[in-house]
Design a protein around this ligand. Structure first.
Ligand code: SF4
Length: 285
């Protein structure tokens, strides 16, 4: 069976405090245990899982992240790990062997912008250090830089491109994602402060492609491309599906049998995946 893209949240802990993040609304949830993750992975493998995105919170803050990755890798599943990079180099040797792709977030290079978006001025330095490390130790996995394009950083996206192209190690992919509001509906203020319309997003991305595509592979993700083709599995194993820019919540996938999981994916996704394979398919290196 062709599965949708699956993002598994392994923790709600994070060292950053991005105002746009969904995670603070899940903080009361306990992180799933290693054993529960294993049970879920076994079921997903049975219905055809071949690739999975591991995310959080900051997944590398889990002490057993290496064990989680090793288990998934041992099942023959390719792993795409999302991280803000802060703890990556400390744990690098124990997690690198299991990675298919690594996604690092970089939403600005000016300290003020990064401070506003991530509540953390040192993010560009962290990413710079990691790329410098990769220059000395070529990774065996693909490296993506993820940039969420919002009203907060739209005027300095080009500076991020310059930052990346000046490195000795150039990442495999620069992914530009149109801002998507995650939090509760009532927080209109946050949404308005960040949301950009599709025309603006497309025009910024066109300019960036003209300027940087000789040096960097740029992939563009407008909101509508994300609608209904991926499933998020939260820390309590509740599933969320993006329906027209808002995440709709479904029951806990862990309590379902493999037959029920298969039916759930089939009903929700089969047609959408076929129509939009670009998000499902990971880039080739
Ligand atoms: S780095 Fe990611 S998980 Fe952490 S607070 Fe920011 S958006 Fe949330």
């Amino acid at each position: 069976m062709l599965l949708p893209r699956i993002d598994l949240f392994v923790t709600t802990r994070c060292n950053n405090k991005c105002p746009v993040c969904l995670i603070p609304f899940c903080r009361e949830l306990k992180d799933p245990s290693l054993n529960d993750i294993k049970i879920l992975i076994d079921k997903l493998v049975e219905v055809g899982l071949k690739k999975i995105c591991i995310t959080g919170g900051e997944p590398i803050m889990r002490n057993d992240i290496d064990e989680i990755l090793r288990y998934i890798y041992g099942k023959g599943v390719k792993i795409y790990l999302f991280t803000n990079g802060h703890f990556l180099l400390k744990k690098y040797d124990s997690i690198a062997p299991y990675l298919g792709w690594l996604s690092l977030s970089l939403d600005g290079v000016e300290p003020l912008t990064v401070q506003k978006i991530k509540r953390d001025k040192i993010q560009p330095k962290i990413i710079g250090n990691i790329l410098e490390f990769f220059n000395r130790n070529t990774p065996s996995f693909g490296v993506t830089i993820n940039t969420i394009v919002s009203k907060q950083n739209i005027y300095e996206i080009s500076k991020i491109g310059e930052f990346l192209t000046k490195r000795k190690y150039i990442p495999d992919q620069w992914r530009l994602i149109q801002y998507l509001y995650w939090g509760p509906r009532q927080n209109e203020e946050v949404r308005k402060e960040n949301m950009i319309d599709l025309a603006t997003f497309n025009s910024v991305c066109r300019n960036l492609k003209q300027k940087f595509s000789n040096f960097l592979r740029i992939d563009i993700y407008p909101l509508k491309k994300k609608t209904g083709v991926n499933v998020l599995i939260g820390p309590n194993f509740h599933t969320f599906v993006n329906v027209n820019g808002q995440y709709k919540s479904f029951e806990s996938i862990q309590t379902l049998t493999t037959n029920q999981i298969e039916k759930f994916f089939y009903t929700l996704f089969s047609q959408r995946i076929l129509k939009n394979r670009s998000l499902y398919n990971w880039p080739r290196r």
